[in-house]
Every structure is written in structure tokens, then in C-alpha cells.
Design a protein around this ligand. Structure first.
Ligand SMILES: [Ca+2]
Ligand SMILES: [Ca+2]
Ligand SMILES: [Ca+2]
Ligand SMILES: [Ca+2]
Length: 451
């Protein structure tokens, strides 16, 4: 969660009596092409900032974790073993063995069926990492990183740089590694550990500040072929005027080389807190995401980046763009606009996921295209561009995308979310076996089959 969460948490405690299901503003019956939306939590309160992961050793096993507005300590978790039809649900991190979880969950399965969870505590400025080896039914904290150790010394082995704060961790596993990046109070910190099998995770012994990332945040991390690692972040972490995307690569993963020189990708015109009509209180950042193809397929080694672009600064016509690199991030393709609407409305909070069985990518985002302020299924209030739906598209190469599909059955807005942070700062997506499992604001999940 971006800075401001203390105020948001305070508000959500006060506002609890007013909480309503956010997506209850559905208007006409949804067109039949819209996939089935499942309310996992059945909670009255709103869940935002979801992570979702499909178990590659059993794709019927799907796990999602999200923020909750109440209680103050806790994350909501849903676990399915039937491909998302039915869910076992509970609160975790509510002062259980995961401690007092605040927010910002990030999930990743690896090919051994290990499920990693990174999140933030309510109070402590440390970075907890939890592991589940039973498909998400139970977790244990396997690391609690408290500072940046000297390179190649175990985290916490000296006292250099206890974190002033930690924000928006992202965890990913693959190629016998698990990596997490997190804003560590200015720059991005990156931490990796070796993974040898189910439950066999080494210490997070590679700890470093990514060079050139001061005030660069709200990013993502991806593992490429052979275990190299890329992180992306957006500079600056505040304001509306600009957000420059930079990527950095550690060419040997857990090996001795560190992250190299940063590479500029684009100026998104979206600052760390850019206010747009559908997210007028919380604001949005460009929310860049990475997906690296290590399938061995035709585009093996291609890394994709998704982000939000504001076409003209503070005009609120934001779009979802994808580029790709075939040279480990040194150069990037021209951008492709993924949203295929003809409006000037806002698209925001994109997420990307690569199907490890095919190498295809899925991209999803919030989309206000159907809110022209003239009523109808995409407009709750007669005001243009303040209501959004959830949309998505697929691609096999990052050059062209499928026709966009509406995913959410309903239409919602930041007011109806009754959430201290509107729609939140991100959503969840996991693409596996031709099916994209995703989770959006307030408990709706959907599985979309790629065309
Ligand atoms: Ca390295
Ligand atoms: Ca802007
Ligand atoms: Ca737009
Ligand atoms: Ca409207």
C-alpha cells in the first residue's frame, strides 16, 4: 500500500458502519459473454489489493489473498481446490502465526508447489515472507527481513540500514529461486533465496539496494531464463506530473553480480499519486508489471512490461500499454495500446501474467469506457468517467491483442467501494493452462478462457 495507509486505515475503521458491497451497482443483466463472477469472501466489507496464484502442480488449486478494511490486523484468504468454483475462506495475519498483517499481499507459486506470500505488518518496519506447502491451507513465516545487509551476507547479519519503512513488496518464484522487491524507505531493496524442492527454501542471502532507484517505487519483479532477475519501478513516488519507468537487471540471479545500470522505459505522465475521475481520493500510480517468458517457446527470453500512460498530463485519458524486450531490458519495443475503446476515458491499475504452459500473456485493468455519463450499464450517476468495470485481453506476442472482453458483471466506483483507498493500488491475476484467474475489487473473481 502506498504511503497514506495510516490515514486510510483510520478512515476505514471509522467508516465501517457504511461499508457496502462495492459492486452492488450492477445495472442491466450482464451480457452472456461475461464470465461467471464468484463472490469468494461473502463479506460485507470491501476487499482490495488482491493477489491470486494458480498452483502449477495442481491447477485446480487457486489461492487469493487481499486486504480487508476490518479488522485492522488481517488479510482475507480464499483457497480453492476445484478451479475456483468453491472456496475455503478465513482471515490470516490477524495476530495468528503470521503476526499483525497490515496489507499489500503478494503471492507466487513455484513448480514445486511452494506458495510464497509477502505482505506488510501493521506496525513493524520489517518484511515478512511466509511459505505454504499445502496449497495455501496454512502458512509459516520463513523470513522476516529487517534491513539491508552487506552484499552477500545474510540479511540481518549486521545493522547497516534497518528499514525506515517498507512499502509494496512483490514476490515471485521460479528457476529454483524466489525473489522479492520492496521499497525499503527510499530505494528498492531486492532479496533472493534458493529453492531446491517442496519446502526447501534457503536463507534470503542476497540482499541489495537496487542502484538508481531512490524514490522509485510501486514496481514489480520477474525471473527470466537461467534465473536472471528484472525489477521495474516508477519515479517519482509522489505527485501527478510524471512517472518515469526504469528497469534494472541482475544478470545472474543469486550469483555474485548485482543489479546493473537502470534503463529508462517511458514517461507515463502518471506520478505516484495521480488523481483521475474514477479514483479521485486514493489516486493511481502507473502500476507497471513485468512478465518474462521462460517457457522455451517461440518467444523464450522475451520480457513484457505493462503500465498506465496518461496521454496528456492531467487530462485523465489514461490507457494501458504493453512493450516487450528481447535483449533483457536493454531496449524496448514501441508500445501497443491494449485497451481498444474509442473513448477518452480512464483505464487504470493494469496487471499482466504469462501462461507458463503457452507463453501467452493476459492483461487486465479497470476501465471506465462505458461511463459516458449518459446512463446505461456503465454509468451509475450521470457523471462521465467516474464508474469502472473490469476488462482484459490476451496476446501471444505483445504485438497484437485480442478484442477486449468485459470481465466484471457489475459496474462500480470509488464511492460505492466505501474503502479507505478506493479501488486500492492493484489487483490480482494468474494465467495458467489457457485460463486467466483474476480477482478485482470487492470479492469478485472470474476465470477467463483465452480465445
Ligand atoms: Ca546476482
Ligand atoms: Ca499526470
Ligand atoms: Ca483511455
Ligand atoms: Ca458515471
Amino acid at each position: 500500500m502506498r504511503p497514506g495507509r495510516v490515514i486510510a486505515a483510520f478512515c476505514s475503521t471509522l467508516c465501517i458502519a457504511f461499508l457496502l458491497a462495492a459492486s452492488g451497482q450492477a445495472q442491466r443483466p450482464a451480457p452472456s459473454s461475461i464470465p461467471t463472477n464468484v463472490d469468494i469472501s461473502q463479506r460485507h466489507t470491501n476487499e482490495s489489493e488482491t493477489s491470486i496464484a494458480v498452483n502449477p502442480t495442481n491447477p485446480q488449486n487457486i489461492v487469493m489473498v487481499s486486504n480487508v478494511d476490518f479488522p485492522a490486523a488481517g488479510l482475507f484468504e480464499g483457497v480453492s481446490f476445484d478451479g475456483g468454483k468453491t472456496w475455503t475462506t478465513k482471515l490470516i495475519g490477524d495476530n495468528d502465526n503470521l503476526g499483525d498483517a497490515c496489507c499489500d499481499p503478494s503471492l507466487s507459486f513455484d513448480r514445486y508447489g511452494n506458495l510464497f506470500l509477502a505482505y506488510l505488518f501493521n506496525v513493524e518496519n520489517t518484511l515478512p515472507i511466509a511459505l505454504s506447502t499445502d496449497g495455501g491451507l496454512s502458512f509459516n513465516v520463513i523470513a522476516n527481513i529487517s534491513g539491508i545487509a552487506k552484499r552477500n551476507e545474510p540479511s540481518g547479519s549486521n545493522d547497516k540500514g534497518l528499514f525506515r519503512f517498507v512499502d509494496q513488496p512483490t514476490i515471485t518464484a521460479g528457476e529454483g529461486e524466489v525473489w522479492v522487491v520492496v521499497n525499503v524507505g527510499g530505494p528498492m531493496g531486492a532479496f533472493g533465496a534458493k529453492v531446491d524442492g517442496p519446502g526447501q527454501v534457503g536463507p534470503f542471502s542476497t540482499t541489495e539496494v537496487v542502484p538508481g532507484t531512490n524514490n522509485c517505487t510501486y514496481g514489480d519483479v520477474s525471473i527470466g531464463p537461467g534465473g536472471k532477475v528484472m525489477q521495474v519501478c516508477t519515479l517519482t513516488e509522489s505527485g501527478q506530473g510524471g512517472g518515469k519507468l526504469f528497469v534494472s537487471v541482475d544478470p545472474d540471479g543469486l550469483g555474485p553480480a548485482g543489479f546493473g545500470k537502470r534503463v529508462f522505459v517511458d514517461d507515463t505522465h502518471i506520478g505516484g499519486f495521480d488523481f483521475i475521475p474514477p479514483q479521485p481520493d486514493r489516486s493511481v500510480d502507473a502500476e507497471p508489471g513485468l512478465a518474462w517468458d521462460r517457457t522455451g517457446g517461440p518467444h523464450n527470453g522475451r520480457v513484457y512490461i505493462v503500465y498506465t500512460l496518461e496521454q496528456n498530463n492531467e487530462k485523465n485519458n489514461t490507457d494501458i500499454l504493453v512493450r516487450y524486450s528481447d535483449d533483457n531490458g536493454a531496449t524496448w519495443s514501441a508500445p501497443v495500446r491494449v485497451n481498444d475503446d474509442a473513448t477518452q476515458n480512464s483505464q487504470f491499475l493494469p496487471k499482466i501474467s504469462l501462461d507458463p504452459t503457452t507463453g501467452r500473456i493476459a492483461v487486465v485493468w479497470y476501465d471506465a469506457r462505458n461511463d459516458l455519463g449518459t446512463g446505461g450499464s456503465g454509468d451509475t450517476d450521470g457523471v462521465p468517467d467516474d464508474d469502472a468495470q473490469y476488462w482484459g485481453a490476451f496476446s501471444s506476442d505483445g504485438r497484437s491483442f485480442s478484442r477486449n472482453v468485459q470481465i466484471s458483471a457489475g459496474t462500480s466506483n470509488s464511492q460505492d467501494a466505501h474503502n479507505g483507498i478506493d479501488y486500492g493500488d492493484y489487483t490480482g491475476l494468474s494465467f495458467f493452462g489457457g485460463v486467466a484467474a483474476l480477482h478485482q475489487l470487492d470479492v469478485l473473481t472470474a476465470s477467463v478462457s483465452a480465445p
